[in-house]
Design a protein around this ligand. Sequence first.
Ligand SMILES: NC(=O)c1ccc[n+]([C@@H]2O[C@H](COP(=O)([O-])OP(=O)(O)OC[C@H]3O[C@@H](n4cnc5c(N)ncnc54)[C@H](O)[C@@H]3O)[C@@H](O)[C@H]2O)c1
Length: 300
Amino acid sequence: MASSAEVFGGGTAVITGAAAGIGAGLARHAALALGMSVVLADVDAAGLERTCADISDDGGRVVPAVVDVRDADAVQRLADRVARESGPVRLLVNNAGVQQFGFLWDTPVANWERLVSINVNGVFHGVRAFMPRLIAQTERAWVLNLASIGSVTAWPLQTPYIMSKHAVLAMTECLHQEVELIGARHIQVGAVLPGAVSSRIFDDAGGVDTGDLTAADTEREAMFRVRERAISPEEAAATILQQAADGEFYIVTQPESVLGAMRDRADQLTARRAPAAPRSRFAAPGPDEHGSPHAVTTRR
Ligand SMILES: NC(=O)c1ccc[n+]([C@@H]2O[C@H](COP(=O)([O-])OP(=O)(O)OC[C@H]3O[C@@H](n4cnc5c(N)ncnc54)[C@H](O)[C@@H]3O)[C@@H](O)[C@H]2O)c1
């Protein structure tokens, strides 16, 4: 099988949410390990400048683009600019995403709308802006959308996020089918389902202003503890891009926990079992409980 450097090397990548976390790891790996020219798109101008400077100091070819993925016109302008200045895109990663903690009924409307507009609309805007050119080009192309292990689980106190990640997975599965329907064999669509990856997503997550503030804070603290077992964005990036090069649709950074969660989900649905509050979704499956978590995250 071809290495990710053979598949992606020399091509152009566009990565949203690339100033930090997984997006920055992907940008770094694509530029430095794979030799791609990388357009980093993010709403955080200062963070973008820092990340681009770091990668270019190490010899990577990077282009910063301050873009808010909530703005469909801005994402379209990005696609037009990339086509003009960089030519065909080999890799598009719709990665930008945010978190939210607290009971659903306590969630501020503004936080709900912000999360949906970034996590769901942002992915749609990326697909809508870039796909027509990808379909028209003859060069091979990959479109990866950041779903999550949360795309195949239900998890209380993170309901808007979990809902958005189920939506991204469904959107990506349907997109894959649509690409197949039109016979665009040169385009490979992939859903990325990471487990815990070290980043600031839990620090920057929304909370609640009224209702059960303690529940929201306790959930955030629980996720900080999950993060102690996280892999680095660089490790996640290398795994994601190698699996994409290998032709995988379901791209999983931590197979032991993510595939366990997939099996649990399939079992729960086919047994028509109501979703019980899980104990941990990032733990590896135990030896006796196939796919069931064996480590306990602290919960109320
Ligand atoms: N970190 C994890 O454990 C984990 C696990 C599963 C899935 N994911 C998914 O991976 C993706 C990246 O997460 P992360 O942990 O690296 O997060 P992060 O918070 O470290 O980085 C997210 C980046 O997105 C940018 N961003 C936020 N809103 C934006 C907007 N409107 N337009 C453009 N950019 C915007 C931020 O500025 C930031 O640079 C998300 O979609 C997340 O849901 C993360």
